[in-house]
Design a protein around this ligand. Sequence first.
Ligand code: PMP
Length: 301
Amino acid sequence: MSNQWIFLGGQFVKKEDAVVSVYDHGFLYGDGVFEGIRVYSGNVFRMAEHVQRLYESAQSIMLNIPYTKEEMVQIIVDTIKKNQLDSAYIRVVVSRGMGNLGLDPASCSQPRVIVIAEKLALFPQELYQRGLRIGSVASRRSSPDVLSPQVKSLNYLNNILVKLEANQAGVDEALMLNAQGYVTEGSADNIFIVKNGVIITPPVYLGALDGITRNAIIDLANKNGYELKETPFTRHDVYVADEVFLTGTAVEVIAVIEVDGRKIQDGKPGPVTNYLLSEFRKLVTTDGVQCYPTATTHAVV
Ligand code: PMP
């Protein structure tokens, strides 16, 4: 028996008992939404932004989450506390719930809310020192007029397909382009390039998720006097950049040292990337919701 508690169907159940129906439309059709959130020393980083994005995804697919945002914040905090976690990865899933085999969501009576809090599996520090090798893939980012990249839906097949392509190509991560050939993002991270001291990231309307780490990096860049532009760019711009890095809840800020076999400058993480990573790591313990605000000591698992 594990000691892990999962919030499921309005209560905490043991991991072993945390099962959903094969008739759940999240399982049958990917009909639902989710969030990945990170907790640093008891601080849920940018909790309000994650909860807001979850509710906006749900609004877009006409899914009524049966809790207010305030209640959802409390459920997330309670799940972290119940598992006595200090640094954790949180997965919030809201599926359409149980229905029949037809795809019509009208057969689903009750959305299902799941919150999983797990001890964080950190990316190895060597990866940050070495940097990632990425490659552009044939599959294009789904365009905003199909399934909007802003809907963090349970249908992640577009992202899974590009991850498979990256695996086949033997690189660490995929670089996704949109139908016009402009750079959008990775399979689960946003992309930035640095050129002549200017930090550039694609506008989200090209087909990238409005990433919460992306926005934190934009804030940090502005606060630290960098020039920052949200402007379209192509693979060529990436190949000739001074620095390239990816951002995301899981990966934080990580350098890219090779793109489609082209080494980026000297093939080492650059100074702007390293600086933004160190500033980001200062921000994450303070900007958000503290789970243990008054406790002087608490269990660190
Ligand atoms: N793009 C995609 C497709 C993602 O799944 C993620 C991870 N949520 C990101 C970008 C990064 O977003 P965030 O910084 O909010 O984790």
